[in-house]
Design a protein around this ligand. Structure first.
Ligand code: HDE
Length: 702
């Protein structure tokens, strides 16, 4: 459904003030009926003049008495709330979740009892390090927080797009976040891990090495939020109706496939469109191109965990899919943009402690810390214990208890029953709700777990000490091109540190991950490889896992992708329309780009562009095409924005489909004929996957 369909009428009213004195033109509000037309203050008083404050005389001082002015400015002064300490920059959308496979044998969770059962959902994607006003495309982990409004309460799966984490114990989280955010004295860099304090911390925290592999991989520079995976990260527990528990890991897999940018592209997008990922998500949903993820679970038992060389309670470890394959049990579709960014996305409060009967926690020491942290943070962010009443946070099933009052209370519970037990029913009064032992949440009764419960200890379990095996597994599961990207990312990041000892310590640790990787990074930095850091536990070689690579699983598809067609005056209109039709038929979207927005005069008619060339660099598209007259192409070959357009598309390994006329520009841009550089007619057949084989021609990677 197109939004904003109620167009404001282009009618104008005079400002009030002295009769006959028209100072500005004030557009009238949309006509939503008589009552909606009246502007009021927050207590319902109609406002007669919204342009002038109350003054003592025409040129006199403003009066304190002006309650309308004071209310308006008072409200404005407090429009901002503290941004999230981490994950401050985010984009949210509403959707629906549907169970695609009933699994009552694994969990009693109501949402998984029947195929086809649905509930509403809200998802917020985010970066971690940057502030709310930072850019969308830094190298960073992406938050993937899902709220499912089930009929047995809200279930929040507050995950990331990377299945492991930097640290094993919640007690290190404030240190990690302090280290990665802008440095304390100078207040920079914003939204970047490439600086001293982050790498200082990492070099001293070997448990972070596995996550570092992921964070330096292309996973951390996604092309679209619609093309990232989501992971619950921790091991959770499914509990069935008989009370039997099984371990479970959650995965969200995007139907559009995984896709990332190159680092050079991510940097350029940050300048061209700081809101690139937010805009991409919003526009796709607006266009009815709804992103979909399938929910997969890895379910395993105590016997399996006992045989692994890692501990499933350790959030720096994953479970290879080759060992425990995914079963797909649900489908999440984002189909509605928020109507108000602040009210919904900004005020959304996710709590890992929001689980429903049938889903339970484990003793993962990171998860245990999170169960406290998120509730606590909402009080300081949203300012009240009643943040659960904000529409985006409130459950969609009935909820009732004896909690009362507090700041910003919006409920008006009637009666005297604000305590329990009470016998008020005997007096004919509403006695309020009661606990339900049969259907209420009961914690899983642990006994057989390897948790050594009993003693009070500040220790890590022995298997947590293997910091390198899975880092190695990840690196060795990547394609050659992905390994080169990863090594180059490490070179880039470490080159930004100013303390030699920091670089040396990280390199010494990388030798435990993979000697060739460490050597590549040392060569890229131009320094000698230091001695290997001692490992608390010698790494073991695990069989490579193809599921960990983006490129090995790349989808050659137009779905969800955008192709730019460059044209100018004199271009062949029929040719443009034909190409546009072909791309759209293949499932892609088209942006028409020209040096001027127009309408421009073409061969066969006129055409308006969607974007102006200099403001629409090729980094914003998945593939580029051009239909130009030889005359205009010759002129555009002298236009830096145009030459750069093709140069970047080539350097970012994208498909370039061109007409004969474009040859002059391609020659200037150094675009050589070869794989992925094709005539316009061959675009759809060639597809818009990246042509990584081209990369060594255009970039020296580590
Ligand atoms: Fe978070 N994290 N986190 N985190 N986290 C927050 O909660 C925290 C961790 C994640 O879109 C905060 O409401 C601690 C892992 C996402 O609103 C805060 C620890 C994972 C979001 C907080 C972790 C995450 C947050 C900030 C270590 C992946 C954004 C504002 C024990 C599984 C949610 C807020 C949104 C947000 C604390 C570690 C994911 C401060 C203490 C591991 C996606 O409460």
């Amino acid at each position: 459904m197109p939004r904003n369909s109620a167009k404001a009428k282009p009618a104008f009213a005079e400002t009030t003030g002295r009769a006959g004195e028209l100072h500005q033109e004030v557009p009238r509000g949309a006509d939503h009926g008589e009552a909606a037309l009246h502007l009021t203050d927050n207590f319902g008083h109609r406002i007669a003049d919204n342009q002038n404050s109350l003054r003592a005389g025409e040129r006199g001082p403003t009066l304190l008495e002006d309650f309308l002015l004071r209310e308006k400015i008072f409200h404005f002064d407090h429009e901002r709330i503290p941004e999230r300490i981490v994950h401050a920059r985010g984009s949210g959308a509403h959707g629906v979740f549907e169970c695609t496979k009933a699994i009552p044998e694994l969990t009693k969770a109501s949402i998984f009892q029947k195929k086809g059962k649905r509930c509403e959902a809200f998802v917020r994607f985010s970066t971690v390090a940057g502030g709310a006003g930072s850019v969308d495309t830094p190298r960073d982990v992406r938050g993937f927080a899902v709220k499912l409004y089930t009929d047995s309460g809200n279930w929040d799966l507050v995950g990331n797009n990377i299945p492991v984490f930097f640290i094993q114990d919640a007690i290190k989280f404030p240190d990690l976040v302090h280290a990665v955010k802008m440095e304390a004295d100078r207040g920079y860099p914003q939204a970047a891990s490439a600086h001293d304090t982050f790498w200082d911390f990492i070099g001293l925290m070997p448990e972070s090495m596995h996550m570092i592999m992921w964070a330096m991989s292309d996973r951390a520079i996604p092309r679209s939020l619609r093309m990232i995976e989501g992971f619950g990260v921790h091991t959770f527990r499914f509990v069935d109706a008989k009370g039997k528990g099984r371990f479970v890991k959650f995965h969200w897999r995007p139907e559009l496939g995984l896709e990332s940018t190159t680092w050079d592209e991510a940097v350029k997008i940050a300048g061209a469109d700081p809101d690139f990922l937010r805009r991409d998500l919003f526009e796709a949903i607006e266009a009815g191109d709804f992103p979909v993820w399938n929910l997969g679970v890895q379910v395993f038992d105590e016997a399996f965990t006992a045989k692994q060389p890692y501990d499933v309670l350790d959030a720096t470890k994953l479970i290879p899919e080759e060992d425990v394959p995914l079963q797909f049990i649900g489908r999440l579709t984002l189909n509605r943009n928020v109507s108000n960014f602040f009210a919904e996305t900004e005020q959304a409060a996710f709590l890992p402690s929001n689980v429903i009967p049938g889903i339970d926690f484990t003793n993962d020491p990171l998860l245990q810390g999170r169960l406290f942290s998120y509730l606590d943070t909402q009080k300081s962010r949203l300012g009240t214990t009643n943040f659960h009443q904000i529409p985006v946070n409130a459950p969609k099933c009935p909820f009732r208890n004896f909690q009362r009052d507090g700041m910003m209370q919006t409920h008006v519970p009637a009666g005297r029953a604000n305590y329990e037990p009470n016998g008020l029913a005997e007096a004919g009064e509403d006695a309020g709700p009661r606990a339900c032992p049969e259907t209420g949440f009961t914690s899983f009764r642990e006994n057989a777990e390897r948790n050594d419960a009993g003693e009070k200890l500040r220790v890590r379990a022995a298997l947590f000490a293997d910091h390198y095996s899975q880092a190695r597994l990840f690196y060795r599961s990547q394609t050659a091109s992905e390994q080169a990207h990863l090594a180059s990312a490490l070179v880039f990041e470490l080159s930004k540190t100013t303390i030699d000892a920091v670089r040396v310590r990280v390199l010494a640790r990388l030798r435990n991950v993979d000697e060739t990787l460490a050597q590549r990074v040392a060569d890229g930095l131009g320094i000698a490889l230091p001695p290997k850091a001692p490992a608390a536990k010698e790494p073991v070689d695990m069989p490579p896992s193809d599921a960990l690579s983006i490129q090995k699983n790349a989808k050659k598809t137009f779905a969800g992708r955008k192709v730019a067609i460059l044209f100018d005056e004199g271009s062949d209109k029929a040719g443009i329309e034909k190409l546009k039709g072909e791309i759209e038929k293949a499932g892609g979207r088209v942006a028409l780009i020209a040096p001027k927005i127009g309408p421009l005069k073409l061969e066969g008619g006129t055409l308006k562009a969607d974007g102006q060339l200099a403001g629409s660099p090729s980094v914003m598209f998945d593939a580029v095409a051009s239909i130009l007259s030889a005359e205009r192409a010759a002129a555009l070959a002298r236009e830096a924005a145009c030459v750069q357009w093709f140069m970047d598309a080539y350097a970012h390994c994208k498909t370039i489909a061109h007409c004969d006329g474009t040859t002059a520009i391609l020659a200037k841009a150094g675009v050589a004929p070869g794989e992925g550089v094709v005539p316009v007619a061959a675009l759809v057949k060639t597809g818009i996957a990246r042509h990584w084989a081209r990369e060594p021609e255009v970039r020296t990677l580590a």
